[in-house]
Design a protein around this ligand. Structure first.
Ligand code: CAO
Length: 401
């Protein structure tokens, strides 16, 4: 007989009190190393907690909706071999695709339908009872597609008289089609964007900054420090931290009827990756110099594209920048990234005539678009914030004031 040992929640970054939304094993199941045991879901990510041992599950120590944090015991296992130590904890995996096949099928059907986190979330959002859905995935697992099919096959108002969700027409009736499943990141962003769009009364304020001098200084710095690529986004992070210090309400979160103003500045930046949009976070950006910011920006961007960001690297943001400056555009309305209250959108800088009081001269103009939670920030405050940011970008010496 192997040793009995408890399995604890591993390091899950700064997530705490995260609800259990799914239990993937039952007592008596034999699991392999890294077999997912339970699924937890915060408002930012869904994580599968894998087993750090191979063995037989002897007790499940959590129930659905229990809140867990790092160190919470989730199951008791009789290990096949000598028990691993606590340091052998397997890191949580974030947002496993719902249609990915679980390496281990429970020996007994659990008390609830067999579905992954994303399928469960889709079902909850569409008000669908999972027990009534026929699963077409591996060994009867309910997939996101099964939920979507169920949602579109139930037209008509629901019991509360609410209109049924819009159904997809049969596109193939009109010509050839291709089905492209969302990546796990696209599914997570879709849920967050929908919630933020529906729940936050947001307004976008537009401004322009003359960055002629800043751009020539950026080129000079890049020339003097060839090992570090100093991009406009790095300069924007510097200018934003200086502006947030003057306007702390933009670095806050709304909690009921009070505002939590953070005395630290963690700047997230939207990164376009092959798997979808992710927002890595530069922590304590206000304490870092331009070269350090530029180096961290480059490192986090390449980790984002490689899909190797850790939970800590996507957590704790207090303000977000979304830059499309490398691509184009004249302006756009970014969606506030809750629980933050403001986000800055930036598009491509263009050379334009600038009136200097006596004549027009060519100037490099950077369009800025600030979306903000109108419950927290008034239009006048947003306008002042943008004027200050534009002045800081126009002459970074203003950041020293
Ligand atoms: N105006 C003009 N040129 C700009 C610019 C701007 N505002 N911002 C960047 N550029 C230039 C850079 O200088 C660079 O030029 P060189 O290669 O000639 O030096 C080029 O555009 C590409 O920059 P980059 O993308 O490599 O680096 P970055 O630091 O500017 O941006 C990152 C990093 C991660 C923000 C960016 O790569 C990215 O992913 N942007 C997309 C974000 C996004 O999808 N937002 C939308 C979210 S909502 O759907």
């Amino acid at each position: 007989m192997g040793a009995l040992t408890d399995i604890h929640v591993p390091d899950i970054g700064e997530f705490a009190d995260v609800p259990v939304i799914e239990i993937l094993v039952t007592v008596g199941d034999h699991v392999d190393l890294e077999t997912p045991l339970v699924v937890i879901e915060s408002d930012k990510a869904t994580m599968e907690l894998p087993s750090p041992h191979a063995g037989t599950i002897r007790e499940i120590l959590v129930a659905i909706e229990d809140k867990v944090s790092e160190g919470t015991a989730i199951a008791r296992i009789e290990t096949d071999a000598a028990p691993a130590t606590e340091t052998d904890a397997v890191p949580a995996t974030i947002e496993t695709p719902a249609h990915a096949e679980t390496p281990h099928q429970p020996a007994h059907e659990p008390h609830h339908a067999y579905a992954g986190p994303s399928a469960r979330r889709h079902a909850r959002e569409a008000g669908i009872d999972l027990d009534a859905v026929h699963g077409t995935g591996h060994k009867g697992r309910i997939t996101v597609e099964d939920i979507q099919r169920e949602a579109t096959s139930a037209p008509g108002p629901d019991a509360d008289g609410q209109p049924a969700p819009a159904s997809s027409p049969t596109f193939s009736k009109y010509g050839p089609i291709e089905r492209v499943p969302f990546t796990r990141i696209q599914r997570a962003s879709a849920a967050n964007l929908t919630r933020n769009w529906q729940e936050i009364p947001q307004v976008t304020h537009h401004e322009e900054a003359d960055i002629t001098t800043l751009e020539s200084w950026r080129k000079q710095v890049s020339h003097e420090h060839p090992d570090t690529k100093v991009t406009m986004v790095a300069l924007l992070i510097k200018a934003i931290t200086a502006t947030l210090e003057v306007f702390p309400a933009f670095n806050s979160s709304l909690a009921g009827d009070e505002l939590i103003v953070k005395r630290y500045i963690n700047v997230g930046f939207a990164a376009d990756t092959p798997a979808g949009l992710v927002v890595p976070v530069i922590h304590h950006a206000d304490t870092k110099g331009l070269l350090a910011l530029a180096a961290e920006l480059a490192e986090l961007s390449s980790k984002a594209r490689a899909g190797t960001l850790t939970p800590a690297e996507i957590s704790g943001g207090t303000f977000t920048i979304s830059s499309l400056g490398g691509i184009g555009g004249t302006g756009f309305t970014p969606i506030v990234n809750a629980p933050e209250v403001a986000i800055l959108g930036v598009v491509k800088a263009r050379t334009q005539p600038v009136w200097d009081g006596g004549q027009f001269k060519p100037g490099l103009i950077l369009p800025l678009s600030l979306s903000y939670d109108h419950r927290v920030i008034d239009g006048a405050a947003a306008a002042r914030f943008c004027v200050h940011l534009a002045a800081t970008l126009h002459d970074l010496r203003n950041a020293l004031l």
